[in-house]
Design a protein around this ligand. Structure first.
Ligand code: SF4
Ligand code: FES
Length: 383
C-alpha cells in the first residue's frame, strides 16, 4: 500500500542545519502493481505498465549498500510489495545485513504460509493498511471487494506469529466520521500502534482532492476523538496522527527534513528525497542502477537541493522553528505557490496560508465528486 512518507518519520531529529548524517530509514517501493485502487495513492499519476522493476539482485545490492551507508530500518512497500514473488529473497538479504524490516501491506494477497515464511526469515514488523471498518465503504474507497474480512484474518495471523502490528489508515471525508470506530477496531485486532494520517494532497490524492477533503469541523472532531482515545488507551495503543495541512497552523517536517533521515527508492531504482519530488524544476534524480547509494545520499543534486536551512527564504530563514519543521513540504510549496523554495502554505506565516485553507473549506462543503481510482496506465481520459 502506498501512503505519504510523512507517516514514517513524524518526529524531527537532532541534526543541526546543513550537517549531513547517515540516513536512518529507506522506503523501498518494490513495485507499483497493486490489487487496490485507492484514490489517495501516493504513487505517481503516470505509472506505466512498461516500467522495468529492479531485479532481485539489484534490490539485494541496494540492501547491502544501505546497511553500509548506516540505514537502520527499511520499509518494504509499493504498490503492494507482496505481489513480488522474490519478496522472501529481498527480505533475507536485508535481515542478513542487519536491517530492521517493516512490511507495509494491504494484506489482501497474503496467505498464512507465506507470512510464516517471512517471519521465519526474520521480518520484524507489519503495517497493515485499512480503508475503513465498514466493509461496503472500504470497498468504495479502494474499489476492492472483501478487503476488511481479509485484513482481519491477516491481523490475526500477525499476532499469532508474534509480530508487532501497526494499523494504518488514511483519513478523509469518506471515513473521518468513523475515527472512533477505527480506533476501537485497532484495539480489537491487537494492534500496538495506529497511524491516522489525514490525507496529504500529492499524486492521486491531489487529483481526487475534492472527493477527499473533509470539512474543518470534521477534522477538529476527528482530532478530538483521537486525542481523547490517546489518553484513554495509554499503554495499550500508540497513536501517530498526521494532521490535515489545510487546517493546520504549522507545517509538518515533511520527510523529517529533506535529505536528513529518510529516502525513497522507486520500483525502477530512482533514489529520491521524497516520493513526489520529480516535478520540482531543475531537480536531477539519480538511479541506483548507475550510482552508489552513498554517492547519491551525500553528493547528488536532488538530496542537496533543500537539505538543511541555507536554501530558505523569509519568513523561514529567520524563524526559530526552521530546524524543527525544516520549512515544511517543498512539493506542497511548489504546487500551491509555484515556488519550491517558498514557505509551505500550511504555515500561518505563509502569505498563501489563508487562501490555502479557504479553498479547502469551499471544496469540502460541495458534494463529493466520484473517485478517479488509481490505476496503472494513468488517469483515464473520461472518468
Ligand atoms: Fe516553519 Fe518556515 Fe513557518 Fe517558521 S516560517 S514555522 S520555519 S514553515
Ligand atoms: Fe513533502 Fe515532497 S512531499 S517534500
Amino acid at each position: 500500500m502506498s501512503e505519504t512518507l510523512s507517516t514514517l518519520v513524524s518526529k524531527p531529529g537532532a541534526v543541526t542545519s546543513n550537517q549531513v548524517d547517515a540516513p536512518l530509514g529507506m522506503l523501498c517501493e518494490l513495485t507499483y502493481r497493486c490489487p487496490l485502487q485507492c484514490g489517495y495513492c501516493s504513487n505517481p499519476l503516470d505509472i506505466s505498465r512498461g516500467e522495468s522493476e529492479l531485479s532481485t539482485k539489484e534490490w539485494q545490492s541496494v540492501m547491502r549498500q544501505a546497511a553500509k551507508l548506516g540505514v537502520l530500518q527499511i520499509h518494504l512497500s509499493g504498490g503492494e510489495p507482496c505481489v513480488r514473488a522474490d519478496l522472501e529473497e529481498i527480505l533475507k538479504t536485508a535481515v542478513d545485513v542487519g536491517l530492521y524490516t517493516n512490511l507495509i501491506t494491504s494484506g489482501v494477497t497474503l496467505k498464512r504460509k507465506r507470512l510464516e515464511e517471512l517471519v521465519k526469515i526474520g521480518l520484524d514488523h507489519v503495517q497493515l493498511s485499512f480503508q475503513d471498518v465498514d466493509p461496503k465503504n472500504a470497498q468504495f474507497i479502494s474499489n476492492y471487494k472483501g478487503g476488511v474480512e481479509k485484513k482481519r484474518e491477516v491481523a490475526r495471523w500477525v499476532k499469532e506469529l508474534g509480530l508487532p502490528l501497526t494499523m494504518n489508515v488514511v483519513i478523509h471525508r469518506h471515513n473521518i466520521e468513523n475515527t472512533a470506530a477505527l480506533i476501537d477496531y485497532a484495539v480489537e485486532i491487537g494492534a500496538g500502534r495506529i497511524e491516522l494520517a489525514h490525507v496529504q494532497y500529492y499524486a492521486w490524492a491531489l487529483k481526487n482532492r475534492a472527493a477527499l477533503i473533509p470539512t474543518r469541523e470534521q477534522f477538529y472532531q476527528s482530532v478530538k476523538v483521537s486525542n481523547e482515545a490517546r489518553e484513554r488507551l495509554k499503554g495499550v495503543l500508540v497513536f501517530d496522527v498526521v494532521a490535515h495541512d489545510q487546517y493546520a497552523v504549522r507545517p509538518k517536517a515533511c520527510m523529517g527534513g529533506w535529505g536528513k533521515s529518510l529516502f525513497d527508492i522507486t520500483p525502477s531504482g530512482k533514489m529520491m528525497p521524497c516520493q513526489a519530488c520529480e516535478s520540482i524544476p531543475g531537480i536531477k534524480i539519480d538511479n541506483v542502477r548507475d550510482t552508489p547509494l552513498a554517492d547519491i545520499w551525500y553528493k547528488s543534486n536532488a538530496f542537496q537541493m533543500f537539505r538543511g536551512t541555507s536554501w530558505m527564504k523569509e519568513p523561514c530563514k529567520s524563524c526559530d522553528r526552521r530546524e524543527i519543521d525544516w520549512g515544511g513540504c517543498r512539493c506542497q510549496a511548489l504546487a500551491v505557490t509555484g515556488d519550491a523554495r517558498a514557505t509551505d502554505p500550511a504555515c500561518h506565516l505563509s502569505t498563501f496560508h489563508e487562501q490555502f485553507a479557504e479553498t479547502a473549506e469551499q471544496e469540502s462543503r460541495q458534494p463529493s465528486p466520484p473517485f478517479i481510482y488509481r490505476r496503472i496506465g494513468g488517469v483515464p481520459e473520461v472518468s
